[in-house]
Design a protein around this ligand. Structure first.
Ligand SMILES: Nc1nc2c(c(=O)[nH]1)N[C@@H](CN(C=O)c1ccc(C(=O)N[C@@H](CCC(=O)O)C(=O)O)cc1)CN2
Length: 286
């Protein structure tokens, strides 16, 4: 018997969620509030430029005021911190982010710490992270939140599920673990020093992979009928965009899978704009 795998199509989910978000923005505008999102981009990283352009497009499509602050790669840390201070105090900006990575001469931690946690729509400040882990998030990191929004859309219940996350980054691995723990999943975080990785991943009901290694996860890492979430954004041997999971190899073993592109990526932007609208709703309700 051939059981077909269900594709978790983030791109389609994002488009579906746009409808309700557009309505929420329209309601806010009736109350005289326009949600505001600012993005600070430093330098000329071409991938970052694409992501920021996509954020701008989505925000503006929904009626959010979008402001791009683009600095040369030589900008001083002091200048960047001063702009962050300005945005912290700008009433029209509900939330803002500093697109990562920043150039080496800038201390990323210092920059993140300067962001007001109440406007930190990336959920990266230490206060935001602390609140996330105690289960009272002010804001949620966009990729992790986007994954949860997508699983909710497909009615995937995480309660009691064995979740294994491959990758322990602050942007994806750790916040995804926190959010899934909050949904009563049993969560294991694995990383480059984990022994017997295959043994662990092949017991996962839900496998989340964010390690930045093209097609690393093959079917021998995957439990039969697992849900596989691929956060990777890599290039294969032909320079084609691919994920950390070998899609062709795994697709007949998994019950559900995200494609790359069109899976987690678009949900990251959805979660970001959702967060901005939520903060604006808070502003409108005083
Ligand atoms: N301040 C932040 N910096 C970075 C974050 C972040 O969440 N906050 N995450 C990543 C980049 N990122 C968002 O910023 C991001 C990456 C990818 C996508 C996406 O939609 N990808 C598409 C494919 C795009 C392509 O063709 O290259 C897809 O998966 O379909 C959205 C957002 C690092 N920096």
């Amino acid at each position: 018997m051939v059981i077909s795998m269900k594709l978790l199509e983030g791109k389609k989910v994002a488009a579906a969620l746009d409808e309700t978000m557009t309505q929420r923005v329209a309601e806010l505008k009736k109350k005289g509030v326009t949600p505001g999102l600012a993005v600070i981009l430093v330098g000329d990283n071409s991938a970052s430029a694409v992501y920021v352009r996509n954020k701008k497009r989505r925000a503006e499509k929904l009626g959010i005021n979008f402001q791009l602050i683009h600095f040369e790669k030589t900008v001083s840390e002091a200048e960047l911190l001063s702009k962050i201070d300005e945005l912290n105090n700008d009433q029209a900006v509900d939330g803002f982010i500093v697109q990562l990575p920043v150039p080496d001469h800038i201390d990323e931690d210092k920059v993140i710490e300067a962001i007001d946690p109440h406007k930190d729509v990336d959920g990266f400040t230490p206060i935001s992270v602390g609140n996330l882990w105690i289960g009272t998030p002010l804001t949620k990191p966009a990729t992790a939140s986007g994954i949860l929004m997508m699983l909710d859309h497909y009615n995937v219940d995480l309660d009691g599920k064995n979740v294994v996350i491959v990758g322990r980054s602050n942007i994806v691995g750790k916040p995804t673990a926190a959010l899934m723990l909050d949904r009563n999943a049993t969560v294991t975080i694995t990383h480059s020093h984990t022994k017997n990785l295959k043994e662990i991943t092949s017991k996962a009901d839900v496998l989340v992979v964010a390690i930045g290694k093209a097609k690393f996860i093959t079917q021998d890492y995957v439990k039969d009928q697992a849900i596989v979430i691929d956060v990777g954004m890599d290039r294969d041997e032909n320079g084609k965009l691919c994920g950390d999971v070998d899609f062709e190899d795994v697709k007949d073993k998994a019950a559900m899978m995200t494609p790359v592109p069109g899976g987690v990526g678009p949900m990251t932007i959805t979660a970001l704009v959702d967060q901005v609208i939520e903060l604006a709703e808070g502003r409108a309700n005083g």
